[in-house]
Design a protein around this ligand. Sequence first.
Ligand code: ATP
Ligand code: MG
Length: 410
Amino acid sequence: AWFKDPALTRVFTLLNADGGEGRVVGGAVRNSLMGLAVNDIDIATTLTPEEVIARAAAAGVKAVPTGVAHGTVTLVIDGKPFEVTTLRADVETDGRRAKVAFSSDWQTDAERRDLTINALYVDAKGEVIDMVGGLADIDKRNIRFIGDAATRVGEDYLRILRFFRFFAYYGSGRPDADGLRACASARANLKRLSAERVWSELRKLLSAEDPGRALLWMRQVGVLSEVLPETEKWGIDAIPALIGTEKALGWKPDPLLRLAAIVPPDAHRLEKMATRLKLANAEAAWFKAWAEAPVINDELSSAAFARLLYRHGTVGIQARLKLALATARGKAEGDMQEMARSARLSRLLGLAQDWKKPQFPINGGDVLDAGMPAGKQVGETLAALEEFWVEEAFTPDRAALLARLNDLIR
Ligand code: ATP
Ligand code: MG
């Protein structure tokens, strides 16, 4: 269906006139051959970015110069983006990212890509063009570097992580032996990559339906501890139970929760991890909330648990509960105690998910209005009142609290 999209037809019409050519490449081709959903459509073309922009302008098509230096122009048709990139050839590399030059040779463009399954093209007629043996690897779900694995890894060490990422999503059986060996030998160079590229790849890997096998192999060959030394302490044993629980309970894959399952909840180390990997602020905040959340007694009453949620927020507590629940469920088969524990944790998690933080109905202005002189006692009095209100299960209303405030002041 994606191939019949009139918007894509327009892209082809635009690029294929006057000796130019465009072909779909990469993820869209790979996924459709595997019978999987196609997300974004990348196009390779013999035209230069300037030519693409000029043709788009002449045809009244919106063109956004999203990466002209690397040859990429994004065409937007019917609101859909198409990343159109000029054919490229590697000219040199320092292992951190290949420097590329524009080219008009399809074979060269295919050979500078990373994996065979990612270097297939589909032309305007819908014909698949395979110059690197990618079709056979698609059939076998074999994740394999194009050409000599060690050379390809040496050109861009990010390919180590991409190898495992694509294995997590599309691989079957054991990872390709040459690829595995090349990744293992070059693993120390991962430190030289920019944090942004590493985390972006890791986040994708951790978002796979089941990243478990890929993580096992990464650990096996020493790649995991290069990028996530935090995982050395506990290993990755918690992953299968988490994935099983996600599936059973319909949780959507959460790369942060998966990472939390394999690193210790140590606020200081996690802060260092966030800095090293340059996590987004929201991601770093999530880890902080998780690490700082209290250990939860699963036998807490609803009232006591509500107080905990009010004081600590729901984000970190939910993460704690989900991981505890996954662990309990992992051990629950035939174990009545763990089964009962799972049920109690599920109940608390339900409460946390439905939690709406109640609004404390009194503020500093009320304390001043009640006749207390400005000063630090205002804050202290307010805090004491709030404490009382929380302990009373958030039930005292504004009038009751004002009455108590008057008593306190007198
Ligand atoms: P998805 O978008 O589903 O993650 P994709 O295959 O489109 O998968 P991208 O990261 O978007 O992956 O890259 C697009 C294409 O560019 C890849 O299919 C691959 O051919 C090539 N490519 C991307 N990164 C590299 C790299 N580091 N080295 C060599 N080729 C790469
Ligand atoms: Mg893509």
